[in-house]
Every structure is written in structure tokens, then in C-alpha cells.
Design a protein. Structure first.
Length: 320
């Protein structure tokens, strides 16, 4: 039996299969915090990485945006530098090495977008080493990534069909060996995000059922308060649909749209709204400051969602 993720320590998580991880999230009863980190920016604090900082603030999971399947690619956010007795040191890590530093499940965000809006600086993320191709999915398996997130960064022109096709491809390559997150919570300029009032709830339910049938373990949708027009009622209806359509399927709501860089009162309110939807995972984005949320906002979301006891347990006891 898998330990609840909000209680799980390093040794518990290391033993988890993909199905164990899903069960551990479900058993946490809507209290799991996930932090997105963009690895293309220098960490906020010298001598550590943003994923380490996110875990230290109470995150139960982390995932990397901008992570390349190319082993020669440089990821400034995964470079640790500083002064030692021998002088200045600089070392870059990939996910296998990051496991020595992070004790929580690690995921990677792969692009499903097929177009590029050159006016948006994130359009460059749609490239051969970053898309949800069989080769890149296999690389994640080789690096023993715990979960993959399929979607599209703002300005990447992500369409529903592309996300659905990527989910089918991921299931073929990954099978039951990795948890598959799939959905649309950002990049809503060409096609609206899930729950946007521009489309009907029936439309989103049909999309969600197609993603689940294609192999998605977790459906991703925006958090109320993070995107225009997204409210608790529409997301709660969709969360209930996911939970009843196929038993064991999970939902992640995502706080992004640069709201992750707002004040703690806003984070508290959005987190409470997210919990009211019935979501299993509450994710906070990477556009706060220096490739991650404001650290205090991860802490605030964790306290709001799971209270001080479980937040402090993650902050202090993860390495056991």
C-alpha cells in the first residue's frame, strides 16, 4: 500500500511505481502541492536550485518547464555555483542527479504546440528537444522521470487535437510506467483553456473524456482566479466529471498567468477556491520571479491547502 504523498518521505517515494504515485495522491484527499520551475533562468539563491527551494517551502511535487532531452543543453536553473574552499565551483545537474537533491516526485513539461507566435518570447520552447515526441518521451523513461505534463506554454499555439495526439503517443511509449498529466490550462489565445465560458461545459467534458480514454492519468485545468472568466462552479463541475468518468483519474488545477507572483492574500483566496473544486493537486506556476513562484506563495498555498502540520512535515522531514 502506497503512503499518502503528503506524508511520504524520501524512502517511501523511491519505492513508488506510477500506480503507487497516483494512489498516494488520491489518498492525500486534495492536499498535494505541485511547483512548476522554469529551468532556463538562474536560481533565485546562489548555492541551491529553485526545485530545492520549492520543496523547502512545502511543495510535494515539482516539474520542470524548459527541460531538454538533449544532454548537452544548458539549464541555468539546474546549475549550482558558489564559492568553496577550492575556489568558485559550477555544476549542472540533470534529473538523475537532481534526485540526490530533491526528495519529492519530479516531472517534465513537454510541448504539444505546433505553431509559434514570434511575438511571444516562449515560442522558442517548441523545438525538437522539447516536444512530446516518442524519442523525448523515451528519454524521460530513461531518466526515470516520475510524471510527464502535456500542454503548451503561452504563445505556442497549442490546439486540443495536438494535446490529444500527444497523450495517445505518450501512452504508447510510457505505458503504465509514468503518470501522464494532460490538459489545457494556458495558451488560451487560439483555443480557450478548459473551463473558459467561450465554450460549453459539454464541449470540455467531451475533450476530457477523450484525454482519459487516450491514457491521461491526471487532467490539467486552470485554477479559479488565475484566468479570466474561470470560476469555482465551472471547474468543480468538470472535476466531478473527471472523478466519475473513470475511477482513479485525478485533476490538477493550475495557478499561473503570472498570478503566482501576486500577494499572499491572492494566493490564499485562489487556493481556497481550488480546494472547493475538489481538485487532487494544486499547482503553482513558474512566472513569479526567476523561474518559479514567489517562495512565500508556495508556502502560503501549502498552508492554505494542507495546514501547518503537513507543510512543516514536508519542509523538515522529507529526507528520511
Amino acid at each position: 500500500m502506497a503512503t499518502r504523498l503528503i506524508n511520504a518521505k524520501r524512502t517511501d517515494i523511491q519505492k513508488m511505481s506510477a500506480s503507487d504515485l497516483k494512489k498516494s495522491i488520491w489518498d492525500s484527499e486534495g492536499r498535494v502541492i505541485l511547483s512548476q520551475n522554469y529551468v532556463g533562468m538562474v536560481p533565485l539563491s546562489m548555492g541551491t536550485t529553485n526545485p530545492e527551494l520549492a520543496q523547502a517551502m512545502g511543495a510535494d511535487m515539482v516539474f520542470f518547464n524548459g527541460y531538454s532531452a538533449n544532454e548537452d543543453a544548458e539549464h541555468p536553473g539546474l546549475i549550482i555555483s558558489g564559492l568553496t574552499a577550492e575556489g568558485f565551483s559550477r555544476e549542472q545537474y540533470r534529473i538523475p542527479q537532481m534526485r540526490k537533491l530533491i526528495d519529492v516526485p519530479i516531472g517534465v513539461y513537454l510541448e504539444c504546440g505546433q505553431e509559434s507566435d514570434k511575438s511571444n518570447f516562449l515560442s522558442f520552447l517548441v523545438r525538437e528537444d522539447r516536444i512530446a515526441s516518442p524519442k523525448n518521451l523515451q528519454k524521460l523513461l530513461d531518466e526515470k522521470v516520475d510524471f510527464v505534463v502535456l500542454g503548451g506554454n503561452p504563445g505556442t499555439g497549442t490546439k486540443y487535437d495536438a494535446i490529444l495526439n500527444a497523450t495517445k503517443e505518450a501512452k504508447k511509449v510510457l505505458g503504465d510506467n509514468m503518470v501522464i498529466f494532460s490538459g489545457k490550462w494556458e495558451d488560451g489565445s487560439k483555443e480557450p483553456v478548459i473551463g473558459d465560458p467561450m465554450r460549453s461545459q459539454d464541449f470540455y467534458k467531451e475533450l476530457i473524456s477523450s484525454l482519459i480514454d487516450a491514457g491521461a492519468d491526471v487532467i490539467c485545468m486552470p485554477m479559479p482566479g488565475s484566468r479570466w472568466g474561470i470560476n469555482v462552479d465551472c471547474i468543480r463541475d468538470l472535476v466531478t466529471f473527471v472523478h466519475t468518468y473513470k475511477q482513479g483519474t485525478l485533476v490538477m488545477t493550475f495557478l499561473d498567468g503570472t498570478v503566482e507572483g501576486s500577494d499572499v492574500d491572492t494566493i490564499r483566496q485562489c487556493s481556497l477556491w481550488s480546494k472547493l473544486t475538489g481538485a487532487d493537486i494544486h499547482s503553482i506556476g513558474d512566472a513569479g520571479l526567476g523561474g518559479m513562484s514567489i517562495p512565500e506563495n508556495i508556502y502560503q498555498m501549502a498552508i492554505t491547502i494542507k495546514g501547518r502540520a503537513k507543510t512543516w512535515e514536508r519542509m523538515s522531514a522529507s529526507r528520511r
